[in-house]
Design a binder for this molecule. Structure first.
Ligand SMILES: Cc1cc2nc3c(=O)[nH]c(=O)nc-3n(C[C@H](O)[C@H](O)[C@H](O)COP(=O)(O)O)c2cc1C
Length: 153
């Protein structure tokens, strides 16, 4: 399971940009990655062990981005536990909303309930504090790389 599946939920494109910057850093660190800008569970073989790196913004009143909604429906119709899935999660949101990073929080809860195991802590990037969220991601990614190296070795 050495490939990292990068899943992106983004409406306005900002989160996609951060995910692409993360992909470049992971590839520099010699990880194989596959980017999913329209995540589709049918493209992921849940029978095999997998590592997901998920970048998720929040829209509406704490809702998932449009391009992520079908994926959430697909997930909720899976009957088997997701115990082969290890995931790292980055939420991007705006703390002036009461529902700050709510999509990432919900996603984290749902995956955990389904038996997937999170790698490290969920990162929440507040665009109020970080006008360049990719810089906050770049500060964090060495921690993820450390965890991934332990997991993959
Ligand atoms: C219409 C709208 C609704 C939003 N709702 C929320 C929200 O409920 N919670 C939150 O944390 N951020 C919210 N945001 C902020 C976005 O998550 C933030 O701007 C993010 O960077 C957008 O990422 P994207 O460009 O990938 O879509 C909202 C932004 C817009 C434009």
């Amino acid at each position: 399971m050495s490939q990292i599946e990068i899943l992106v939920g983004s409406t306005l494109g900002g989160t996609e940009y951060v995910a692409e910057a993360a992909q470049a850093l992971l590839e520099e660190a010699f990880f194989d990655t596959d980017m999913h800008l329209e995540p589709d569970l049918n493209e992921m073989s849940l029978q095999e062990e997998q590592i997901w790196l998920v970048f998720l913004s929040t829209h509406g009143a704490g809702d998932y981005p449009e391009n992520f909604k079908d994926f959430m429906e697909q997930l909720q119709s899976v009957n088997a536990p997701l115990d082969g899935v290890r995931y790292a999660l980055v939420g991007i949101g705006d703390s002036s909303y009461d529902t700050f990073c709510e999509a990432a929080k919900n996603f984290d809860y749902i995956l955990e309930e389904m038996g997937a195991q999170r790698i490290g802590e969920r990162l929440e990037i507040d665009v109020v504090d970080h006008a360049m969220p990719e810089d906050r991601m770049a500060d964090w990614i060495p921690l993820l790389i450390e965890d991934l190296n332990e997991l993959i070795d």
